[in-house]
Design a protein around this ligand. Structure first.
Ligand code: R5P
Length: 294
């Protein structure tokens, strides 16, 4: 199965799979340039699994350079490198909306490939118009779903009263379905409707009686928190008893966790694809299973 190279997050994966672990000392120069040093323990095997997530509060662009530099460094030394980036950066920029804008999702995928990845794995990639991660990469690419993990975390950590799974928009409906399967619950999404007269866009809650029910709102990520906060308010207005807000990626731009915490939620958590104060559901189990199977 090869060796594993990564930061502290990856160490547990190596331990579980009984792989030789080569840690990265993640150094940054005073001018912010990164110098990730792979501390090679003896020899590197010819097949490497490389797993790296950003450090706490690390700038995403600095992390991206760190990821690419390490990937190339490894590829210069061994035959095969299987790269795992738990949260794929820039995936949302998947269209040239205005002439001259970059289709960053494709450009970043190309950079990862050119840096030497023989396969690429991520978790709940924000596939909007891209449809499949295969459309981004020519190498083998895997998009593991973090939603069953969120559902299991909710089930194990909260007493759920007649739960209802709510997606904040139609795009998230398929994810609500995944969560509802594990919880054996109903699900639906908040719909957007255009007023035929005025053209104004309005949102509409599903026609379900939420009184005395716990509502679990799910999304792929919480960034500013705006989408989640709006859904929480709507669920409350519709009479929800307890509200649990969860997402796979805690992107959490400044102020988001504080704003959410003010809402007196029954629960607020994400997976740990990125480090944060609310990263609870451990995606390493998904990565371990994936490496075992490939
Ligand atoms: C939108 O397409 C995404 O699925 C999320 O709903 C969105 O990115 C969340 O962002 P924010 O927390 O800034 O509302």
């Amino acid at each position: 199965m090869g060796d594993l190279v990564g930061g502290e997050f990856a160490r547990k994966v190596a331990e579980e799979l009984d792989l030789k672990f080569h840690p990265i000392e993640r150094r940054t120069f005073p001018d912010t340039e990164v110098q990730p040093w792979v501390k090679i323990q003896g020899e590197l095997s010819d097949e490497i699994h490389f797993i790296l997530r950003p450090k706490k509060d690390q700038n995403f662009n600095s992390y991206l350079v760190e990821f690419l530099v390490t990937l190339r460094n490894l590829k210069n030394r061994v035959e095969e490198v299987h790269a795992v980036m738990p949260y794929l950066l820039y995936a949302r920029q998947d269209k040239e909306f205005r002439k001259g804008e970059p289709v960053s999702s494709k450009i970043i995928a190309d950079l990862i490939e050119r840096a030497g990845a023989d396969s690429f794995t991520s978790i709940t990639v924000h596939i909007h118009r891209t449809e499949s991660i295969d459309n981004l990469f020519d190498i083998e690419a895997y998009n593991l779903s973090g939603f069953p993990l969120l559902a299991r975390y909710a089930k194990q950590n909260y007493k759920l009263n007649d739960p209802f799974v709510l997606a904040p928009d139609d795009e998230a409906l398929k994810w609500a379905k995944e969560v509802s399967k594990v919880l054996n619950a109903d699900y639906d999404s908040i719909h957007k409707e255009r007023d035929v007269e005025t053209g104004e866009i309005k949102t509409k809650m599903p026609e379900v009686d939420l009184k005395r029910r716990d509502v679990i709102i799910i999304d792929d990520m919480i960034a500013t928190g705006g989408t989640m906060i709006s859904a929480i308010k709507k669920a409350r207005k519709a009479g929800a008893k307890g509200v649990i807000a969860c997402a796979v990626h805690p992107v959490l731009v400044e102020g988001a966790p504080e704003n959410l915490k003010e809402l007196d939620l029954k629960g607020l958590f994400t997976a740990n694809t990125l480090p944060s104060v609310i990263s609870k559901a451990d995606v390493r189990s998904l990565i371990i299973e994936h490496i075992k199977q490939h």
